[in-house]
Ligand binder design. Sequence first.
Ligand code: GAP
Length: 438
Amino acid sequence: MSQKEETKMEKIISLSKRRGFVYQGSEIYGGLGGTWDYGPLGVALKNNIKDLWRKKFVSSRTDMYEVDAAILMNSKVWEASGHVAGFSDPLVECGKCHHRFRTDQLEDTKKCPDCGGNLGESRQFNMMFETQIGAMEDSSATVYLRPETAQGVFVNFKNVVDSFHPKLPFGIAQIGKAFRNEITPRDFIFRVREFEQMEIEYFIRPEDWEKYFIYFKDVVTEFVEELGLDMNLVHEIEIGDGDRAHYSKRTIDFEFEYPFGQKELFGLAYRGSFDLDNHKLEYIDEEMKEKIVPHVIEPSMGVDRMLLALLLSAYKEDLPAQSGEQNNETRSYLAFKPNVAPVICAVSPLVKNKPELVDQARIVYGMLKAEFGRVMWDDNGNIGKRYRRQDEIGTPWCVVVDYDTLTDECVTIRDRDTGVQERIKKSEIIDYIKEKLA
Ligand code: GAP
């Protein structure tokens, strides 16, 4: 990791904490490895990612059905899916300091990278979190926290078919938490033990798989472009035989150039009939009068990784001259597209101790809040400080009510990226913002 890149990651982590995007999980008790808590702005950003995903892949389409399955599922699901037998990573433990490592992430598999002690034999470590259900403490009570949302879709395949009679091709989508007991959680929210997935299982006739694989490759690419990811940092990697997950016949990983290396952001897999076969599920094609086991194309995205890639793509620094504002500080800002920005616009009175300005600003705030929802009231510190704060959280526009507003009915609206300020009529702000959002 270069010095410059390391600094960028540190800046993102500290901005996330300072401004209320992401906090360390259980922080006041020293934290809990691989867990992070989302603050108000992180929640807003995650919701925007999930809402845009839902709009693109579910609500704007006629062939998608969304489910919300229980996180705890009968263990037979995970036996049938192959996760009990095969969802594992290779693990080695140091005989001296007892630190554990993923064997495939070590350069030297004999020597401990922490203390130099001897590493033991590599063994497979199952990554599913196990717990007990009810009062019984025997093996029949063992359940797992789901390591992927996909199985919640497969077990509801028959339910959805029976309720809605969809014709092939159709998809079942799910957004929800997944849990993996990662051996080495690392890199902020990149590899964590509790995360959220947005997954689609798209059911097709077997002969159509290549067509729909390419189709989804294009649609997921379109989606991340619409979110505003820097596409120069996104790369499609074909995963070779032997490196794919146990269920996949073809996989493309979409990798992102994180400061800590180019790594997976999300994936697209052709799961064949692996899951429906294992769960003994089939589909009756009424028109063709035949029973078939549909094949599956699966675009699978992690919300947390997407959020990290968005923060990294959006993070910018510029000099005062470039931002069009006269002071000597370098400013940092998140150049989010307005559709993902946690706050679309902030409203302030020029000063907070003049009731007539505050009253006017409250009216403008109420009006914008009712229209856009993601609107923040900000009267802390001087106006320059407010601009900096809103820049740092990626708010595209700041609206300021000043003394002139009381006579000319106009407000100042400032653009985050250029620093340019315009005077516009109060009655025109909503249309102004709507036009920019379109
Ligand atoms: N159903 C297929 C499946 O779960 P995966 O590649 O194991 O495939 C899908 O996971 C996505 O979930 C990944 O591309 C990534 O975005 C996210 N993901 C997986 N493990 C993660 C972890 N430990 N921390 C954060 N995100 C993770």
